[in-house]
Design a protein around this ligand. Structure first.
Ligand SMILES: Cc1cc2nc3c(=O)[nH]c(=O)nc-3n(C[C@H](O)[C@H](O)[C@H](O)COP(=O)(O)OP(=O)(O)OC[C@H]3O[C@@H](n4cnc5c(N)ncnc54)[C@H](O)[C@@H]3O)c2cc1C
Length: 404
């Protein structure tokens, strides 16, 4: 089955019943939609619409929508900061200076031989399947940054090399959230929390189960041991103001134009393709572009497989050069692309724009924020996003959308 069809089928059969209650458990009913969403095989808007029609409790619907919102939020931060997300956005609140953190991953972590059953199982699962449950990602990241004092950037890189949904926005910003360079406090956990949400599956076979488990203890004591210099003071946060959303569609479609597909929107119905359905379309497999955007080998395979559902010419080479060559072959005066928050793609669009008109079509919005938003914290974004969701749902007669 083609990837887009597979994704639509998964969306159709989504069971959100009990999602709010069970999502944090490793055996909970998470959706496994992340790789489809990361490469735009499904849009966030399609997943949102599916949630509207889901037969489930209101709490589960809201929880699912708020998870999709995290994805949207992180993409917005990426659009604002570009490659800036790859360095600390704020000082860490751990009380440790930047120099405390090692920049090389320890061999035992890479080999999955830390001696901790949970951490080693996560490494193995990541390497073998490319997928980790959100809670496992959190535990792993916290262990690496706070217990082992490894720079979050090194852990983020490790994840991006293997994740099937590897996405610099969600990944790097989640690592920063754990590390407290994009949150108010370091994220930590204890053994009771891990045992509860993993149904004890690791602790029972762990060599450190009766002595030496670093996660044993109450939160207060663990925090004091990990962060003896931590001060509870307000660290100033830089402003991250983003303007209200403006969906500016290109005006008239040029007579002769080409459509360019790219790895952020790998569905046949992405907005640029809808804008010019009969225009010749191209996908360029550009290895340096993939490297710049941290699309790993699995991601490249997924993107290639997704092309099977799309009308497209396929070429290997430099994105800009091949696009120009393709445009010349068709006597095209413009290239139509769906917008992306990825800085490497945006750079390519600008470079292309030096030679040919580039028409950017906004991606299908998950929410439309009607006022300026401060992206420093998810909560500020979420209060506006929630309002937008409620308005859109009510226009579609989905009432109530949320319980309050
Ligand atoms: C350290 C760390 C690294 C991460 N790296 C990535 C990454 O590279 N790519 C990625 O897509 N997600 C990443 N996440 C977020 C999250 O873990 C995954 O999106 C989720 O586990 C994917 O599984 P699912 O589709 O079954 O999720 P579900 O729980 O079913 O959620 C549905 C969808 O909501 C979105 N979502 C859920 N949680 C988050 C979140 N915390 N942040 C952003 N979006 C979210 C995803 O698109 C997901 O597919 C990371 C989280 C952490 C803590």
């Amino acid at each position: 089955m083609k990837l887009r069809e597979e994704a639509l089928q998964r969306l159709e059969s989504l069971d959100l019943g009990g999602y709010a209650q069970r999502r944090s458990y490793l055996d909970g009913n998470v959706t496994h939609l992340s790789a489809y969403l990361r490469f735009g095989i499904l849009s966030l808007a399609e997943a949102r619409d599916r949630a509207w029609s889901a037969d489930c409790d209101l709490a589960s619907r809201e929880k699912f929508l708020s998870e999709l919102a995290w994805h949207d939020y992180y993409r917005r931060v990426l659009a604002l900061l570009g490659e800036g997300i790859r360095s600390a956005i704020e000082p860490a609140k751990s009380g440790w200076g930047v120099d405390t953190y090692e920049r090389t991953l320890p061999d035992d972590i890479v080999a999955g031989e830390s001696g901790l059953a949970c951490i080693d199982a996560f490494t193995k699962e990541l390497r073998e399947t490319g997928y980790l449950h959100n809670h496992a990602r959190l535990w792993f990241a916290a262990y690496l940054v706070h217990w082992r004092k490894i720079a979050w950037e090194s852990g983020a890189r490790f994840f991006l090399d293997y994740l099937i949904d590897g996405d610099p926005a969600s990944n790097d910003l989640s690592w920063q959230w754990v590390a407290s360079t994009f949150s108010d406090a370091p994220y930590i956990f204890n053994r009771a929390n891990l045992e509860r949400y993993s149904a004890g599956r690791f602790c029972s076979s762990c060599p450190k189960r009766s002595a030496g488990c670093p996660f044993e203890g109450e939160y207060e004591a663990i925090s004091q041991a990990l962060f003896p210099h931590k001060k509870d003071e307000n660290v100033p946060q830089p402003e991250l103001r983003a303007p209200a959303d403006r969906m500016v569609m290109p005006g008239k479609r040029p007579e002769r134009a080409i459509v360019l597909h790219h790895f952020d929107t790998m569905r046949p119905t992405h907005p640029a393709a809808r804008f010019a359905p009969d225009a010749p379309a191209l996908f360029v497999n550009d290895a340096p572009l993939y490297d710049e955007a941290s699309v790993n080998q699995v991601g490249r395979t997924i993107v290639y497989a997704a092309l099977g559902s799309m009308q497209s010419e396929y070429r290997v080479g430099d994105f800009v050069e091949e696009s120009l060559r393709f445009a010349r072959e068709f006597g095209a005066e413009a290239a139509i692309v769906t917008e992306s928050s990825d800085p490497a793609l945006r750079r390519r669009f600008r470079m292309l724009g030096e030679h040919i008109e580039v028409l950017l079509v906004p991606d299908d919005p998950f929410v439309t924020l009607d006022e300026e938003v401060d992206l420093r914290r998810f909560s500020r974004y979420w209060s506006l996003a929630r309002r937008s969701l409620r308005t859109a749902a009510s226009a579609a007669n989905i009432v109530p959308l949320f319980s309050n």
